[in-house]
Design a protein around this ligand. Structure first.
Ligand SMILES: Cc1cc2nc3c(=O)[nH]c(=O)nc-3n(C[C@H](O)[C@H](O)[C@H](O)COP(=O)(O)OP(=O)(O)OC[C@H]3O[C@@H](n4cnc5c(N)ncnc54)[C@H](O)[C@@H]3O)c2cc1C
Length: 257
């Protein structure tokens, strides 16, 4: 077992926009969209969806706003359901169960698939050590000892012979034994989670979680997410920026545009 595991965020899927299909729709409706400003597929899809609400396409129907301004205006006006049309799927590894427990509290516009501690044998699990402890040798040592002891006891419990437990089938008996064994795993136990979220939900998450001084793991993940979504949808996340606040991890801040 490695005491600590490196954090990783893999982007499994990104928003896409079949612009040709949208152009066919415009043609079918004798409309012509005048595209202003550079924009990515993701940002363009949101503009198209926003414009559809008013069929605001073409000369006379469109304002002077470019894509960035158009999306900024949607956000300013609170017309944010439009932002739900683009989403990402991330695989996050090397984070603690404490972190994932906080993450899965985000209900609206999020979907999760997390490594199970009932179906998966955690005997080879890693633990996520808070950075601050790594620089305090005595506490770092004590922390390592504690998580190793937990793991040793986990392994012992995982071998528990319960004899015949009522009418439980083999599969359920295994689940019961792992449920008992996992009860001694600490919050620092490493987890893996697949997260799908739309842009509106991600914006809310970044606002709530991106700049909490006392929560470095949240700030670390928020930054990784922001870097990814900004690649695909810079206009949609134009008012969020990376900041050097607090420590070497930094944070995500909302800025006024
Ligand atoms: C600094 C901080 C401290 C926290 N401390 C604690 C704590 O001590 N204990 C604790 O249990 N949690 C705590 N939380 C978690 C917090 O209460 C939320 O559960 C979590 O941040 C998810 O936020 P959310 O509900 O806004 O997000 P989502 O579930 O993603 O919801 C997004 C938005 O949708 C709307 N919405 C979603 N569901 C409903 C609904 N059922 N009814 C009406 N509107 C809805 C709301 O506007 C909501 O803001 C803390 C969070 C933070 C940021």
């Amino acid at each position: 077992m490695k005491a600590s595991e490196k954090f990783n965020l893999y982007t499994l899927s990104r928003p896409s926009f079949d612009e040709e299909a949208f152009e066919r729709f415009l043609l079918d409706n004798d409309s012509n969209w005048i595209k202003k400003g550079s924009s990515t597929h993701a940002d363009r899809l949101l503009e198209g969806a926003g414009r559809l609400c008013y069929m605001a396409f073409g000369k006379g129907a469109q304002s002077e706003r470019d894509n960035n301004q158009y999306i900024g205006n949607l956000i300013d006006k609170g017309h944010e359901s439009v932002l739900e049309h683009i989403s990402w799927t991330f695989l996050i590894t090397g984070v603690s169960r404490a972190f994932t427990h906080q993450l899965v509290r985000h209900r609206a516009g999020f979907s999760f698939s997390q490594l199970s501690q009932q179906y998966h044998d955690e005997s080879n699990t890693n633990f996520i050590e808070p950075n601050e402890l790594k620089n305090i040798p005595e506490l770092h040592k004590e922390w390592e000892k504690l998580v190793q002891n937990s793991l040793s006891f986990y392994k012992k419990l995982a071998q528990l012979d319960l004899g015949s437990v009522g009418t439980l089938e083999v599969r359920e008996k295994k689940r019961l034994i792992r449920s008992i064994a996992r009860s001694v795993l600490p919050n620092a136990t490493s987890s893996k989670i697949v997260v799908t979220a739309n842009a509106r939900a991600i914006r809310h998450f970044l606002l709530m979680r991106g700049n909490i001084g006392g929560d470095p793991e949240m700030r670390m993940v928020s930054r990784a997410i922001l870097k990814e979504v900004k690649l695909d949808a810079p206009a949609t996340f134009q008012d969020f920026e990376l900041s050097d606040d607090y420590d070497s991890i930094g944070s995500v801040v909302k800025v006024s545009k």
